[in-house]
Design a protein around this ligand. Structure first.
Ligand code: FES
Length: 103
């Protein structure tokens, strides 16, 4: 048994966009980078703004909409202040036009 949870359809998240989804009670931001899907914690490590709903995607970089911290959406690694720490990244997969995330 795998623990992947369906979170959205491919059609719901176009290239260059993100969406905040709920997985097991946790907010996760799912991003479409050139047709490949990545998932990270939705909660910015600075002041808890929603990366998926209030942020912007530039290539593989998520820019927090609140104070501008950058994160690599493929790894969760923080790239610029003021966010102090990385966010967790999660495995994704696509099957039959649906996106799945594993916590
Ligand atoms: S809440 Fe994200 S940079 Fe401040």
């Amino acid at each position: 048994m795998d623990d992947f949870v369906k979170v959205a359809t491919v059609a719901e998240i176009p290239v260059g966009r993100m969406k905040t989804v709920m997985v097991g009670g946790k907010r996760v931001a799912v991003a479409n980078v050139d047709g490949e899907f990545f998932a990270i914690d939705d909660v910015c490590s600075h002041e808890e703004c929603s990366l998926g709903s209030e942020g912007y995607l530039d290539g593989n970089v998520v820019i927090c909409g609140c104070h501008g911290s950058n994160f690599d959406v493929t790894t969760g690694k923080v790239l610029s202040l003021p966010a102090p720490t990385d966010v967790t990244s999660y495995q994704t997969k696509v099957e039959n036009g649906n996106i799945f995330v594993k916590l």
